[in-house]
Design a protein around this ligand. Structure first.
Ligand SMILES: Cc1cc2nc3c(=O)[nH]c(=O)nc-3n(C[C@H](O)[C@H](O)[C@H](O)COP(=O)(O)OP(=O)(O)OC[C@H]3O[C@@H](n4cnc5c(N)ncnc54)[C@H](O)[C@@H]3O)c2cc1C
Length: 264
């Protein structure tokens, strides 16, 4: 993970919301503080703060460095906001706007509920984090794999990739209606993987599909895999032990863990 050199706590408000497809909603946030957001692109993440149920005000930690976490943990639960990790789906500094795209998963998590009910004017807080997409200099092709939580990150990577990039991108989504047009370099083959089954465990379809696909290891690919923890760790194990890829050529990012809430 490569982190931004400078960052501070920022405030913004929801400008508008858009149901991108049945399982996704995009929140556009805006505000003058976004001029101070250190944008690194690709799969850059931020900590997103939002109010707990019943809170009128968004009370934020103020530390402009990693000390925010200690400060946050000292806050009483009654005043402490929720905080979750989200990818910067798009950043338009000239308009003072940022898009964040949420994969909805019902009422199970506060971020999913917040995204599905967000209204223009709702306050949010932001703290810039870094990027996990760090292709190696030797990479001749790329293998990019995501479940729905990492679809925003993978789409942002493809949109910002150099025109000459070659490889394969696998995007697992809950239903076929989540498939959408992708802006990607011509040399990248995009594979959408709709589960279309309520009971299927997210990430497993992508894991099985990639494991049974032809991965041209003679080209020394760089691999980026993000999503449910077992997708990320399972694919990394497979690539390193079964396909003999150097560990350093595989970035694996567990975005969430089935049955566990994110801390915060
Ligand atoms: C670096 C990074 C970047 C991320 N970027 C994005 C992004 O751009 N968009 C995005 O949607 N998510 C993203 N995530 C994942 C997101 O932070 C988690 O899904 C988070 O747990 C959601 O919070 P919550 O409050 O909705 O649920 P939580 O309170 O954390 O969890 C409640 C329950 O819901 C389950 N759960 C959590 N997430 C999911 C899910 N996606 N699908 C099904 N069940 C789930 C948990 O296992 C738990 O049982 C990112 C995570 C990381 C680490």
């Amino acid at each position: 993970m490569k982190s931004p050199a400078q960052r501070r706590m920022l405030r913004a408000v929801v400008a508008r919301t858009e149901r991108t497809s049945p399982s996704f909603v995009t929140l556009t946030i805006h505000g003058p503080d976004l001029a101070d957001f250190t944008f690194m692109g690709f799969d850059q993440t931020c900590r997103l703060f939002f109010r707990r149920e019943g809170q009128r005000e968004l009370v934020m930690p103020t530390a402009s460095h990693n000390g925010w976490l200690a400060q946050y943990l000292l806050m009483r639960t009654a005043t402490r906001p929720w905080v979750r990790n989200y990818t910067v789906r798009a950043f338009r500094p000239d308009d003072g706007e940022m898009d964040i795209e949420f994969a909805l998963h019902g009422d199970a998590g506060p971020a999913s509920v917040f995204a599905s009910q967000a209204q223009p004017g709702d306050p949010v807080g932001l703290f810039a984090e870094g990027i996990g997409y760090l292709p190696t200099l030797e990479a001749e092709s790329q293998l990019l794999v995501a479940d729905e939580s990492a679809v925003p990150a993978l789409l942002a990577i493809l949109e910002q990739a150099p025109a000459g990039l070659v490889g394969h991108a696998y995007l697992e989504v809950p239903v076929s209606a989540d498939i959408r047009p992708v802006s990607a370099p011509r040399g990248v083959t995009v594979h959408w993987l709709p589960r279309d089954k309520d009971t299927a465990i997210p990430g497993q379809l992508a894991l099985k599909t990639v494991m049974s696909s032809e991965i041209p290891t003679d080209q020394r690919p760089y691999c980026w895999v993000a999503g449910e923890s077992r997708l990320a760790t399972g694919l990394r194990r497979f690539l390193v032990t079964e396909r003999d890829l150097p560990r350093s050529d595989v970035s694996f990012l567990g975005y969430w863990k089935r049955g566990k809430s994110s801390p915060g």
